[in-house]
Write a protein that binds this ligand. Structure first.
Ligand SMILES: [Zn+2]
Length: 632
């Protein structure tokens, strides 16, 4: 059965799909504080208004006016400029659902009308090809991004439909999807877009419309990948994951965003068709990625060349690419795997990505963005004209609107429902509702490890509250019900489950272990061998020059020294944070790259090294930063 139009978020499997758990609606979760609440407020007040302004300035909207024959002039920007507008429309749809009365309705109405006028009579829609290369439509799919753009339109339409029954974009999206079906499913064209994305979007459009051919086309595009059907764009077959059929590939390769959007589509098709071979191959690549190709921050894609995955353990901190969009794609993939399997390890990774690789992509004021998220910056960085700092916008602006649509839908990833059970995957203060159940959530997470749930309305009969115990707190978490300690041993999926007949005012308290800890890299990661990083709870920490008395690049960490947490209500530029002080030594600055004398194991000067959460870096000026410090 297809989902009825309802207020719900991204990636909602149909009734009867293979999902172990079901998502809640957008309005079923309120986030009222903590970092997630802050990001949502900043997104609404600063980022989205900036994004809307850029839709005009950067050319996305003017290009569509050209396609509609309503303006004259030159096409602006990249061939995938339409997709920025689609992601922006998705962001405002989720925001509108979360907080009705946002004032975006006019923008959505105008955009939908313009898209309708720009769309050809046969349903085709892509301003670049209509204006610049009308004779090359679907002729250069290896780099055209036509289906990629279509996918983002579908996701915007799905958001509009789910967020409040707005059907204006859906009509445009359906005409374009029908055109794709005519050409690539019924018409027998075996073309595949070089940039995966449309697969997951087609499944989502199927979930909203019930049109089976959209799901069938997604399945065909996935089945045909890896058969050499994508022409070489000059980047080789790995770049577009066309080197092997998806069921045979055992490791993520090539352009990281493409690989991970493809994985989201693969799991989506599994969820709707039950084809186990798709889930199996995706899980296999997930395990390899997590073990060998992922940064501590959850970021992926270690190579600037091709914005790509590197070899196993090729994870240099300074040259890390870690595109913000890859972090977002990872959240998409993990969310679908969580729904498909019910295993908390995917929620663990969502938390790691969300609080580190993803959160670092945006400045504290919401007005600057990273495209690339390294784990080290030197003070003489020459990375680009912006010296490795966040920027207001980009010529290729895939990341900022992608960030905005993710933040406005964050509530969606907090909890899921199952038969007489509620699973809480992410912790933030606020409220969770599911059917006849209302819970208030009080917590200072991630600055404090205590999360208190108070039952404000409960259905009759017993039901289970299942709380994710993150891997970093396994064995050290406690759960109390009404002040009485109960077993907190996580089940095989990583959740502490409490089943009761609940009454109004009952409380459940989860205490997670936020003792700061050192994390050591695998020896094969050559670039950080002999170092350690500081973590606390879900947060990876980093050392910024502004907080050190010695040169950050001469610091050596004393692994035996205590790590001290310094809570700070307000650090200028950062807001609420918790610093960590670590015992360290400062070495004399080097003069030569190479010498015949082995380095002394313990540098001479004892100092305190101060770390801040990685996601808060680059908010207090330029300067060196590093996550990994050599061990003294
Ligand atoms: Zn991007």
């Amino acid at each position: 059965m297809v989902n009825p139009p309802q207020v719900c978020g991204p990636a909602v499997p149909t009734q009867g799909a293979k999902a172990v758990w079901r998502p809640l609606g957008v309005r079923d979760v309120d986030i009222t504080g903590g970092p997630l609440g802050r990001w949502q407020r900043i997104n609404r007040e600063a980022s989205i208004p900036l994004g809307l302004e850029q839709m005009e300035r950067a050319g996305s909207v003017p290009n569509l006016r050209l396609a509609a024959g309503e303006a004259e002039g030159a096409y602006q920007g990249y061939r995938f400029q339409d997709s920025d507008l689609y992601k922006q429309l998705e962001a405002v749809a989720w925001e509108q659902a979360r907080r009705p009365g946002s004032g975006y309705l006019e923008f959505v109405a105008e955009s939908a009308a313009l898209l309708g006028r720009a769309q050809r009579a046969d349903g085709y829609l892509n301003s670049h090809y209509q204006v610049v290369k009308p004779d090359k439509i679907y002729a250069e799919l290896e780099y055209s991004h036509e289906m990629y753009c279509a996918g983002h339109l579908f996701q915007a339409a799905v958001a509009g439909a789910r967020a409040g029954g707005d059907e204006r974009l859906t009509a445009v999206a359906r005409r374009l999807a029908d055109h794709l079906v005519e050409v690539f499913l019924k018409g027998g064209d075996d073309g595949i877009d070089g940039h995966a994305e449309v697969e997951t979007a087609l499944v989502e459009l199927y979930r909203v419309t019930g049109e089976r051919s959209y799901l069938d086309l997604a399945g065909k595009l996935i089945d045909n990948r890896g058969k050499g059907l994508i022409k070489d764009s000059g980047m080789g077959p790995l770049y577009a994951q066309d080197h092997l059929p998806v069921r045979e590939a055992d490791t993520p390769v090539g352009h990281a965003v493409r690989q991970l959007y493809l994985e989201a589509g693969i799991v989506d098709v599994y969820l709707e068709t039950g084809d186990e071979s798709l889930l199996e191959c995706s899980v296999r690549r997930w395990e390899d990625m997590v073990a060998t190709k992922m940064y501590l921050t959850g970021g992926v894609g270690s190579r600037h060349d091709g914005e790509a995955f590197g070899e196993r353990y090729e994870l240099p901190p300074d040259r890390a690419y870690n595109e913000s969009c890859a972090a977002i794609a990872s959240i998409h993939w993990n969310w679908r795997l969580l729904l498909a399997t019910g295993h908390g390890r995917y929620a663990d990774l969502i938390e790691r990505v969300l609080h580190n690789a993803f959160a670092a992509s945006t400045s504290a004021d919401g007005l600057r963005f990273f495209y690339v998220n390294p784990l080290q910056r030197r003070d003489d960085t020459v990375e680009d004209a912006y010296l490795g700092r966040r920027r207001e916008w980009f010529a290729c602006a895939c990341c900022p609107p992608n960030i905005m649509r993710t933040v406005s839908s964050l509530g969606h990833y907090i909890a899921t429902t199952a038969e007489r059970a509620l699973h809480v995957h992410q912790y933030a203060p606020g409220a969770i509702r599911s059917g006849d159940l209302d819970l208030a959530v009080a917590t200072g997470y991630p600055w404090a490890g205590k999360v208190v749930f108070t039952v404000e309305r409960a259905p009759a009969g017993p039901w289970s509250l299942a709380l994710r115990v993150p891997a970093w707190s396994a064995g050290a978490a406690t759960v109390t019900v009404g002040g009485e300690t109960v077993p907190a041993e996580p089940d095989e999926r990583g959740y502490a489950v409490v089943t009761r007949e609940w009454r109004l005012g009952d409380t459940v308290e989860l205490d997670l272990d936020l003792t700061p800890r050192l994390t050591y890299p695998n020896r094969r990661i050559d670039a950080v061998r002999g170092t350690a990083a500081v973590e606390r709870g879900p947060l990876v920490y980093c050392f910024e020059q502004i907080d050190q008395r010695a040169d950050v690049d001469d610091l050596a960490l004393d692994p035996r020294a205590e790590l001290r947490v310094i809570d700070k209500e307000d650090v200028p530029g950062l807001g609420r944070t918790a610093l960590i002080e670590a015992g360290a030594y400062a070495a004399d600055p080097p003069t030569l790259a190479y010498t015949g004398t082995p380095p002394t194991s313990t540098p001479p000067t004892r100092v305190t090294a101060t770390a801040v959460p990685y996601y808060q870096w680059d908010n207090r000026g330029a300067g060196a930063m590093r996550v990994w410090l050599p061990l003294a």
